[in-house]
Write a protein that binds this ligand. Structure first.
Ligand code: PEP
Ligand code: MN
Length: 333
């Protein structure tokens, strides 16, 4: 957005008034005088007439947005099986194992999630694995095990779809489709997932800018997704101390400035269970609309991501520390 100034005018005062509205600007000078202020794209959305009302502003030029469908959803929570996620709704707890290992394991996980005050069951039937020799999920049968476990516990279901070929079967069982970090820009998959006309949990690519993330959501919405919940799960960084580098600045930006639904995955960010609670609390403090956390009835024997899985007791402790137990059902409409 470009804000042109009257001549003469006090550019410092206008810039300060714009900043108070959440607009961050850079000066455009000509003959050492500031003639216009360029509003950064990571600023808040403000009606042009609120800007022209500022003394010293002569005109406002608003460039066409690159993600109109997403912008139209600002401030509107996403509905997942009657549960609302996003701006104005109470935070949700999504939890479950990294991968669905057996009907018993997912059923026990679902009971633990429900007991902790969670409302959505996670778990992978199709797992993206770095090594072709690692356990990559039980595929279609696991979707049915998960649906049964969630129904018995009164939970909704989110699960990852890895390939275009599997979209229909995953959509038959899931209330929300998950696009994994590695596939955030797999545009064919985004189109196919969007065509299922369901809400999508869109994990941020491990080296994706916020703008690229927003544009991937736009792809989903153009294809027909009923809503997009963003999920920050940490970026690839130079430092191996934690599995990934959790970008809570981006979470604060999406939640507070763009007012888009965003949840945080402290499990894949930390890679270790002892850091999950502090990161979870920080995420909610930054404005996250929920958490997605890995849990397992027996983490020591998990087939994937055991080091970052909470056992049922620790999950209940986390939920307690984050006040989820008392929020149970608040978000249902
Ligand atoms: C997952 O949630 O199971 C997963 C594979 O996460 P990510 O795509 O963030 O690595
Ligand atoms: Mn995992």
């Amino acid at each position: 957005m470009l804000v042109t100034l009257r001549h003469p005018s006090d550019a410092d005062r206008v810039a300060a008034q714009l900043q108070a509205l959440g607009l961050w600007t850079e000066r455009l000078k000509s003959d050492s005088e500031t003639r216009a202020l360029l509003v950064r794209s990571d600023s808040a959305h403000v009606e042009p007439r609120a800007i022209t009302a500022i003394d010293g502003v002569s005109a406002v030029w608003v460039p066409p947005t690159t993600h109109p469908k997403l912008d139209a959803l600002a401030g509107a929570p996403v509905t997942v099986r009657g549960l609302t996620i996003g701006y104005g709704a109470p935070p949700v707890l999504i939890s479950g194992p990294c991968s669905i290992e057996s009907p018993e394991q997912i059923a026990e996980s679902a009971r633990a999630v429900r007991a902790a005050g969670g409302t959505i069951l996670r778990g992978g039937a199709f797992k993206p694995r770095t090594s072709p020799y690692a356990f990559s999920g039980h595929g279609n049968p696991a979707l049915g095990w998960m649906r049964d476990a969630a129904d018995s516990a009164g939970l909704a279901v989110v699960t990852e779809v890895l390939s275009e070929r599997d979209v229909d079967s995953v959509a038959d069982y899931a209330d929300m489709l998950q696009i994994g970090s590695r596939n955030m820009q797999a545009f064919g998959l985004l189109k196919a997932a969007g065509r299922a006309a369901k809400p999508v949990l869109l994990k941020r690519g491990m080296a994706a800018t916020v703008e690229e993330w927003l544009l991937s959501a736009e792809h989903l919405l153009v294809a027909g997704a009923s809503g997009v919940v963003f999920c920050e799960r940490g970026l690839r960084s130079f430092d191996p101390s934690t599995r990934n580098l959790l970008d809570l600045g981006a979470v604060a930006l999406l939640a507070n400035v763009y007012r888009l639904p965003v949840v945080v995955d402290p499990s894949h960010a930390a890679g270790r269970r002892d850091l999950i609670q502090p990161l979870a609390r920080a995420a909610l403090g930054a404005g996250a609309h929920g958490l997605i956390v890995e849990c397992h009835p027996d983490p020591a024997h998990a087939k994937s991501d055991g080091a970052q899985a909470l056992d049922p007791r620790s999950l209940a402790g986390l939920a307690d520390a984050c006040h989820f137990a008392s929020r149970e059902n608040e978000g249902r409409s």
